[in-house]
Design a protein around this ligand. Structure first.
Ligand code: 5AD
Ligand code: SF4
Length: 466
């Protein structure tokens, strides 16, 4: 039976009650939320840290903490293997501290075969909470502390819902991620996400606008709107607001800030959205538009529902409206049945578009997805060889594009410390390009005018303009 789209106030009230009861039981405890995977997981982890903090736990980054939540990623096999290795390691920490609570959350906790594997072979794990049930973390921890079974089965939550008003502990003051919708309806044939994150559900625009308004009032400068496919925002609601409308509304808020968003699906990316971006100085000139491959035959097998020609026409329109737009994309190499000719189509597309940068992946079969059982004659060596050709081509393009930045001036947000060396700080251009430069730490969180003085394949070097 459908329970409606939103978790009721009564249910979130119960979680708050659980938080208070845990707080009374665990004075001085520590908690660690270890995050794998995408920005959506990062955002979910900030929510879990918020709840844990309300429960009285001090947040640490040690897997010796009293509570360890592993927020997992299922997108490729490599990610899963890493997570399983780390869960395995927790047998030692639990031996040292038998009262340690270990919870596996995130996308892997939504996969039936992984749940069974964890229950059978990873006995140190106390509970599994998938991405649609993690709002019940307080109840889960209370159950475990009181000696009951902590597990809340994903199957008990057939219609995934949105829980508003739960606490959040944000990592940064000057940049934040705001989920505007959850789940995905697209069922690209290689992708596990629709199975583990459930159907698309959009937050109310009023809740999103309020959250962004509060962030801006609190000094936040860089706000990234998140969704598996932001372009289908609102399609599941009675509201007459689509993603372009929402972005337009947010762009009208008072304050000095930039809005970013990801991810856009090319089949739903509209001219209206690109026009909205072009018309608001608050919307970053960056479009992450995953194309996945440059062969119509493979795009069809991937169930992507656009053609190379349609994709290229979107790119043309975006550049016509915003000549300085930064374009990035995702590519999968070695999808089942990809021939050398299909792959050359991908290289051609990349040469035509000249993306600023790419995220490149080798196809990884995911249990339960259609692509996992498609005939896949190409060898591992052929796929690696294609992957290398792709990366080499993109590196040349990225390096050339970055060199073109040298001598130019940008307003950039100083957003963090770099990993050492003289260039101790990082900043982002409006389009999201990374600048390394030397400056005082107190500048973090402010906009500054910068001149680009050097470039590599992956980033830029710059200096502050006095
Ligand atoms: N194998 C390889 N890459 C994948 N992606 C999603 N599923 C798979 C898979 N099974 C990539 C897509 C997507 C990005 C987030 O991860 O390129 O856009
Ligand atoms: Fe996966 Fe496709 Fe949904 Fe993206 S749009 S999350 S690739 S199914």
């Amino acid at each position: 039976m459908s329970k409606g789209k939103f978790v009721t106030a009564e249910e979130t009230g119960f979680q708050r009650e659980c938080m208070e009861r845990v707080r009374a039981m665990t004075q001085g405890g520590t908690a660690f939320v270890d995050t794998y995977g995408c920005q959506q997981n990062e955002a979910d982890s900030e929510r879990m840290r918020g709840m844990l903090s309300e429960m009285g736990y001090t947040i640490t980054d040690s897997n010796r903490s009293d509570v360890v939540v592993i927020n997992t990623c299922a997108i490729r096999e490599h990610a899963e293997q890493r997570v399983l290795g780390n869960i395995g390691y927790l047998t030692h920490t639990k031996r040292e501290n038998p009262n340690q609570i270990i919870i596996v959350a995130g996308c892997m906790a939504g996969e039936k075969h992984i749940r069974e594997q964890i229950k059978k072979s990873y006995r140190q794990v106390d509970a599994l909470l998938d991405t649609t049930t993690f709002w019940r973390l307080p109840e889960t921890i209370l159950n475990i502390l009181e000696g009951r079974n902590g597990e809340i089965r994903a199957e008990s939550e057939p219609d995934s819902r949105i829980a508003e008003g739960m606490p959040v502990l944000r990592q940064f003051k000057h940049k934040a991620q705001v989920s505007i919708m959850y789940g995905c309806n697209n069922f690209c044939s290689y992708c596990i996400v629709p199975y583990v994150r459930g159907r698309e559900r959009s937050r109310r625009s009023t809740d999103i606008i309020e959250e962004v308004r509060e962030l801006v009032a609190d000094g936040c400068k860089d706000i990234q709107l998140l969704g598996q496919n932001v372009n289908s925002y609102g399609l599941d609601s009675a509201e007459e607001m689509d993603f372009a409308d929402l972005l337009g509304e947010l762009g009208k808020l008072e304050g000095d800030f930039l809005l970013r968003f990801m991810t856009s699906h090319p089949k739903d990316c509209t001219k209206k959205l690109l026009d909205t971006m072009a018309s608001s100085p608050r919307i970053a000139r960056h479009l992450h538009l995953p194309v996945q491959c440059g062969s119509d035959r493979i795009l069809q097998a991937m169930n992507r529902r656009y053609t190379v020609a349609k994709y290229l026409s979107l790119i043309d329109y975006a550049r016509e409206k915003m000549p300085d737009i930064v374009l990035t994309s995702d590519i999968i190499v070695g999808f089942p049945g990809e021939t050398e000719e299909d792959f050359r189509g991908t290289l051609e597309l990349i040469k035509k578009v000249e993306f600023d940068s790419l995220f490149t992946f080798i196809f990884s079969p995911r249990v339960g997805t259609p692509a996992a059982s498609m005939p896949d004659p190409a060898t591992k060596e052929e796929k690696s060889e294609r992957f290398e050709r792709l990366v080499n081509l993109q590196n040349e393009i990225s390096a050339r594009k970055h060199r073109e930045y040298i001598g130019k001036k940008f307003r950039a947000l100083i957003d963090g410390e770099s990993r050492g060396g003289e260039m101790n700080l990082t900043a982002r251009t409006n389009g999201g390009r990374l600048i390394n430069f030397a400056g005082d730490k107190s500048l973090i969180g402010s906009f500054a005018d910068m001149e680009i003085t050097g470039a590599t394949t992956w980033s830029l070097y710059g200096k502050l303009i006095k």
